[in-house]
Design a binder for this molecule. Sequence first.
Ligand code: GCU
Length: 611
Amino acid sequence: MKYLRLSFLLPFLFNFNAFIMAQTPADTGLIQNVFARQIVDLDGRWNYMVDPYENGYYDYRHQAYDQSASDRGGFYDDRKPSDKNELIEYDFDLSPTLKVPGDWNSQEEKLLYYEGTVWYRRKFDVSPQAGKRYFLYFGAVNYEAHIYLNGKKLGMHKGGFTPFQFEVTGKLAAGENSIVVKVDNTRHADEIPTVNTDWWNYGGVTRDVLLAEAPAVFISDYKIQLGRNNTIEGYVQLNGASLSKDVTVSIPEAGIKQTVHTDASGRAAISFPAKKLTLWSPGQPKLYTVTIHTAGDDVSDRIGFRTVEVKGRDILLNGKPVFLRGVSIHDENPLIPGRNRGEGDLRMLLTWARQLNCNYVRLAHYPHNEKMLRLADEMGLMVWAEVPVYWTISWTNPDTYRNAEKQLTDMVIRDKNRASIIIWSIGNETPVSEPRLSFMGKLAAKAHELDNSRLVSAALEVHRQGDVAVVDDPLGEKLDLVSFNEYAGWYWGDKPSDLTRYRFDIKYDRPVVITEFGGDALGGFHADSATRWSEEYQASLYRYQLQLLQTIPGLRGMTPWILVDFRSPRRQHPVYQNFWNRKGLISETGQKKEAFWVLKDFYDQQEKKYQ
Ligand code: GCU
């Protein structure tokens, strides 16, 4: 991460920036690889105010304050009394602070269950440079964010797990600036996700915030991946004015250097021979430094090159059949409860997955931190990436669909250069109905349209006819894999040993990747294997599950639920749960349960089979 050079500016600067603003297209798509830019890191302690009645946004008649009117009362003005008798009923300077990135639930005892609005305020000094452009970038804010700079509204964003940005060229003050963010994590039936989830509704500015600097014309986006017939394919996109320019893509270590010329919209397709690249794989997670250059701008990225496809019942990585030895993971640190805060948290989770002898992880149920995908690239873990189209979504609401499609699009835009991602998932366990099939069918088509270089899937529904678990969910027709969650031995079937009587009837003759199975165990609770909640019960359940799943001819992978215990508002048993979902193979204290070793043994065998 590079930091913005602070330099003194000349008075003519403002009208120059105003000129740039006039030329700049309104919608600046997400800056690809924003951390490679010159940035001011805005993480750290932000002042905050809890505002359950949104008193900082509405007056006592519940009318939103009018920013232009003199009676401005919004907290976003970040004002102080001009003299000793002025009435202002808020003061960020005198308010406590929260760490950013970070959810509020895990930082303040009184906010553990809080759902509503919290105002955040950060002051920072910057001296914008002539001819440069500036973007305020948020890695994620859960759930709805209204963003203000120096009292002026920049815009709003919905969606708790995808990045967003606003161009602030010409809007920054020389010296001190104030960012105010209204964050509201209230759940709503028509949102994505909806009101009911089996994970904690962590609210807040949960990922990095930064101010990025870019030249007047810069490389705002690119896709550089290995396509079919050993060709490097994708595109480069410039942003700014007079965009028809030469752009050179170099991969020095591979002796590749290709120049393309962008059209008037600043875009150029790239397609050139990959020569003798070392392909990325879990066994050899080779990353190349790729540099993109145009007059006035350069950006570098670390990119792995690999292919993934389905052939009959096999998943082929670089043309070779692979078995996905996986585990599901939430974006949560169990040891210091709360959303993952940075690379340390993320590396801990992926290291645990590696200790399980995983070559694959399911990042459930929403886009994880961008750094998680970069770590998966580096550590050699294939990834199932997912949007939170989870359970009982409002299928007939067009705004809900647009929201789902936007979150899917932003996830693909952000992570399309990550070799580790092999599967885009459009959702989880959504109940079968016509409206749901229409909604999810469109979303599947959108995923394939956004990226034809990866597989598209979702956790499908399973239903039981006696001792037969039937997978004939019509959504399966639209997907590249057959993936589903089944909880034989926990939610249905009696004790684990009963699992021997079940079998699967799967309608689709495609690779089968089980997205969830498992059961709870309170770490450290030991009893016989028929005693629910004991580690022995969970270990027995895994043994019988693995036996049952191997009866599926097309079984090509699995991501048991789940790597580590996680917080959930739906798990109230006062002894065994205490608002924790205990299906983790590791407890929230980092203790590996018996079932961890059962699964590891199985993965050791699978690894030998697929050498
Ligand atoms: C569901 C769901 C998970 C949930 C799990 C459970 O299948 O996908 O999000 O946590 O089952 O019940 O523990």
